[in-house]
Ligand binder design. Structure first.
Ligand code: ADP
Ligand code: ADP
Ligand code: MG
Length: 480
């Protein structure tokens, strides 16, 4: 009998993982909530288990997901990203139920999921980081600690939820008089979002680059890195475009930051695939930010420049294999860019376009283009989940070639129905700073003119609209 692996996720990442499971000659079990009943991850899997009406609460329900795994006879669970991926209780529940959790051990998730604990472990290992506090005390005492920190290190400072993630629970404070209001709100928000009201402070790095390193470790402690990614182009502290390698850093800087990431992973007792995130300042200094104990959305760019299938490797490591590749085997070649094609209106503060139906879906193809999506013609985007439709990852040998290929593939991409990030990206790739590789986390704020474009201006899109009107929901759909 084939080994069964359950995928505790939805959307594009569920399909990405199902593909890897099937390539390993195992069977993939999907789970889904009612709003996702038309989702293509259900049909891609070998079997699917309905876990409830949701929305979201059943994907987050540890007991239901474990019960689905037991019912289907799954030997392992891949959590993807989001939902239960960084939930130490879920990893523990898997361990208790005798199911393999495809990720690091629960105690490692516990330590690294807490930003203050993670900083302590990294400080002890001599990893560079910006000054920061412990968890602030409740009430006025905490506020006083914050005032003292600001006076000592200067503004701006970052007020961060200790249990935070996904860009949420982060506030930049520009001056002392703003502290009081932010402090109370940050606590309340952290409690609502993460069930934990702990907050702490970090000195802000002004206009940093977000640089991260993909690492992979086996159970024997053999740890390798797959090079850097530049994820500076963000909205609301969330990534939009990711680039590998971070080619604005010299090869020596890339090597130094990658080695530091391996050291950080070892200090945390890391196993399986993970990402060490850093802030990188204009003087070339870098500072530890956090370790994400899971597969990242943007893992595809590292796969494209190394040729290593990270999800396949994750599964094999979790099933007990050792790393078969050494650091010397990892060759970084060319450039890769991932653009998150979201159903969002960039002009309207990236407002989600959930609830709309995709009338026409024509994806680009050809040399150097990879698509990880779950969208199809006639699909109505559920309003209750995130807005990512498809990730377009483009490979090129030179940066120039990569930008040319991005332009061609964006021009070929037709999604009609919801507004998407595609026209914004078309503006972005024609920007001289982008073409010169000059971007930091303030890029969108400092390049507001990128939001100045005409909706659906291309000939192809006009045609798509026409086709949609003629035979709505029919025609040829190309699901990525
Ligand atoms: P999350 O867990 O939500 O991903 P991170 O700690 O990784 O939170 O921070 C997310 C983003 O917030 C970073 O990519 C960066 O843009 C910004 N950020 C976080 N900490 C700082 C800091 N100390 N200085 C400047 N920017 C920061
Ligand atoms: P496989 O699953 O094919 O047995 P391994 O477990 O040995 O592969 O390796 C995991 C990943 O690393 C796979 O994506 C594989 O393609 C890649 N890989 C294997 N050997 C090498 C090598 N010598 N150089 C680069 N990549 C490799
Ligand atoms: Mg982060």
């Amino acid at each position: 009998m084939k080994t069964k692996i359950l995928v505790a996720n939805r959307g594009e990442i569920a399909i990405r993982i199902i593909r890897a499971i099937q390539e390993l000659n195992c069977e993939a079990v999907a789970v889904y909530e009612t709003p996702d009943r038309d989702s293509s991850h259900i049909r891609t899997a070998d079997e699917a288990v309905w876990i409830g009406h949701g929305p979201r609460c059943d994907y987050l329900n540890i007991d239901k997901v474990i019960a689905a795994a037991q019912k289907s006879g799954a030997a392992a669970i891949h959590p993807g990203y989001g939902f239960l991926a960084e939930n130490a209780d879920f990893a523990r529940a898997c361990e208790k139920a005798g199911i393999i959790f495809i990720g690091p051990p629960s105690d490692v998730i516990d330590n690294l999921g807490n930003k203050v604990t993670a900083r302590r472990i990294m400080a002890e290992a001599g990893i560079p980081m910006v000054p920061g506090t412990q968890n602030l005390k409740a009430g006025n005492e905490g506020l006083q600690e914050a005032v003292e920190f600001g006076r000592k290190y200067g503004y701006p400072i970052m007020l961060k939820a200790t249990a935070g993630g996904g860009g949420r629970g982060i506030r930049k404070i520009e001056q002392e008089k703003d502290l009081k209001d932010h402090y109370a709100m940050a606590r309340a928000e952290a409690n609502a979002a993460f069930g934990d009201d702990s907050v702490y402070l970090e000195k802000a790095v002004v206009r940093p680059k977000h640089i991260e390193v993909q690492i992979i470790a086996d159970k024997k402690g053999s740890t390798i890195h797959l090079g850097t990614r530049d994820c500076s182009i963000q909205r609301r502290n969330q990534k939009l475009v990711e680039i590998a390698p971070a080619f604005q850093l010299t090869p020596e800087q890339q090597e130094a930051i990658s080695q530091t990431a391996v050291k950080a992973a070892k200090a945390a007792g890391y196993f399986n695939a993970g990402t060490v995130e850093f802030l990188y300042d204009s003087d070339g200094k870098f500072y530890f930010m956090e370790i994400n104990t899971r597969l990242q959305v943007e893992h595809t760019v590292s796969e494209m420049i190394t040729g290593i299938d990270i999800v396949r490797t994750q599964i094999k490591l979790a099933l007990g294999k050792d790393l078969s590749i050494r650091q010397e085997d990892v060759q970084l070649r060319g450039h890769a860019v991932e653009m998150r094609i979201n159903a969002e209106d960039p002009k309207n503060n990236f407002m989600p376009e959930g609830g709309k139906t995709v009338h026409v879906y024509r994806s680009p193809g050809g040399y150097g283009i990879r698509l990880d999506g779950f969208c199809y013609q006639g699909f109505t985007i559920p309003q209750v989940y995130d807005s990512l439709l498809v990730k377009m990852t483009v490979f090129g040998w030179s940066w120039n070639e990569t930008v040319d290929r991005l332009r061609r593939s964006l021009n070929n991409f037709v999604i009609s129905g919801p507004k998407t990030t595609i026209p914004f990206y078309l503006n972005l790739i024609n920007d001289p700073d982008f073409q010169a590789g000059k971007f930091d986390t303030s890029f969108l704020e400092t390049h507001e003119y990128l939001f100045d474009y005409e909706e659906d201006s291309s000939e192809v899109n006009k045609l798509a609209k026409l086709i949609a009107e003629i035979h709505c929901k029919g025609g040829n759909a190309y699901a990525a």
